[in-house]
Structures are given as structure tokens and as C-alpha cells.
Design a protein around this ligand. Structure first.
Ligand SMILES: [Fe+2]
Ligand SMILES: [Fe+2]
Length: 197
């Protein structure tokens, strides 16, 4: 499901709040990549484990770099990172992960990661078009490209452990779950907010 462009206006109505939410998400994205580091699939040889660990290390490095960039823009506005953060969108997605089921759980975690990256990429593109200043536009342009790459990387990792058809079926299910989750979110200055009042 596509986000209507009007969403970006609501999100940018409170730029410090949006940057704060965004910074927390970058931190969580780095932690997510690191938490998957040791979970390379049993299927495949040592080369699969090398691809796995390298891709995740690169993603964690990128997300930490993104975090630093967002923190700098937050500080320039006289703000600092808040202590607490909630993400009802990601929480709702994670309820559908087949927890405790080995490779199925891993497949879901990778597909959810790919979806969140794809959604973030879409939102950065909308924010780039609507952002009020050049610094924000440059940030969102850079991140849209980076998160697009991460989305593809997580899909590649999902394919390392599973046959194509099984992934495609599960991906179709996840697209429905994600469409429902994002549409149900409240309006507000957050990366994964909804667009309906
Ligand atoms: Fe990021
Ligand atoms: Fe990312």
C-alpha cells in the first residue's frame, strides 16, 4: 500500500519530534542487524556464512552512520535524543513473526526487516520532496538510497536460507500484514505514522 504524499506534511509539522523518532529507529535498525549476525542459515556452505556476516556488518555500520547524522540535525535544533521510544508499527509487525520456530522465525525476521526498510525508503522519498530546508532534503535523499539497498540485502539474506517459492508466498502474506499495520497507525510526526485522522 502506498503512502499518500500528504502524509509528509503532517510528519514535518514537528521536525524535532520527527528527528527524535527517526534517531531511535536508526539505533534499533543497527541493533537489529547485529542481533541477526550469528543466525546464518544451516543450509549452504561457509560462503553463505561469510556473505551473511559481511552484509549485516555493513548494514549495522550504515545505520550507525545514519544515527550520527540524525543526531547532528537534532542537536542543531537545540534538542537531544529522548530516553524512551515506542514503535507501535514495528510491534504490530513482530506479533506475526513465527517466534520460536527456527528457520521460519528467521525467515520472518528477515522479511520484516526488508519491509521496514522498504517502507522507510518510501517515506524518505516523500520527506525529501516536502522538507523545508536543504539539510533535511540532503539527509532524506541519502537515506532513501541507503535503505533501498538494505531492503534488497535483507531479501538476499532471506533467499540464502530458503527456496524461492516458499519466500515468495510468505512475502505476499507479509505485504498484506504490513499494509494493515501501517494503515492502522495514528497521524503524527513519526517515520511510521499513519495518514488518516
Ligand atoms: Fe538507516
Ligand atoms: Fe536501513
Amino acid at each position: 500500500v502506498a503512502t499518500p504524499p500528504v502524509w509528509a506534511e503532517t510528519a514535518l509539522a514537528d521536525v524535532p519530534a520527527l528527528l527524535d523518532d527517526h534517531a531511535h529507529l536508526e539505533k534499533k535498525a543497527a541493533l537489529n542487524a547485529l542481533s541477526l549476525m550469528h543466525r546464518w542459515p544451516t543450509r549452504g556452505a561457509a560462503s553463505a556464512a561469510r556473505t551473511w556476516t559481511r552484509k549485516l556488518a555493513a548494514i549495522a555500520r550504515d545505520e550507525t552512520d545514519h544515527l550520527g547524522r540524525v543526531l547532528r540535525l537534532l542537536e542543531r535544533r537545540g534538542e537531544t535524543l529522548s530516553r524512551g521510544h515506542k514503535n507501535p508499527y514495528a510491534a504490530r509487525l513482530h506479533r506475526h513473526v513465527r517466534a520460536g520456530r527456527g528457520q521460519d522465525e528467521l525467515q520472518d525476521l528477515l522479511l520484516v526487516s526488508a519491509l521496514i526498510e522498504a517502507r522507510s525508503c518510501e517515506r524518505f522519498t516523500l520527506l525529501e520532496d516536502a522538507a523545508p530546508d536543504a539539510d533535511l532534503r540532503a539527509l532524506y535523499k541519502l537515506l532513501a538510497a541507503s535503505e533501498r539497498g538494505h531492503g534488497h540485502a535483507f531479501l538476499d539474506l532471506a533467499h540464502l536460507g530458503h527456496e524461492g517459492d516458499a519466500i515468495d508466498d510468505r512475502w505476499a502474506t507479509w505485504l498484506e500484514i504490513e499494509a494493515e499495520a501501517i494503515s492502522a497507525q495514528a497521524l503524527g510526526p513519526r517515520m511510521h505514522s499513519g495518514w488518516r485522522a
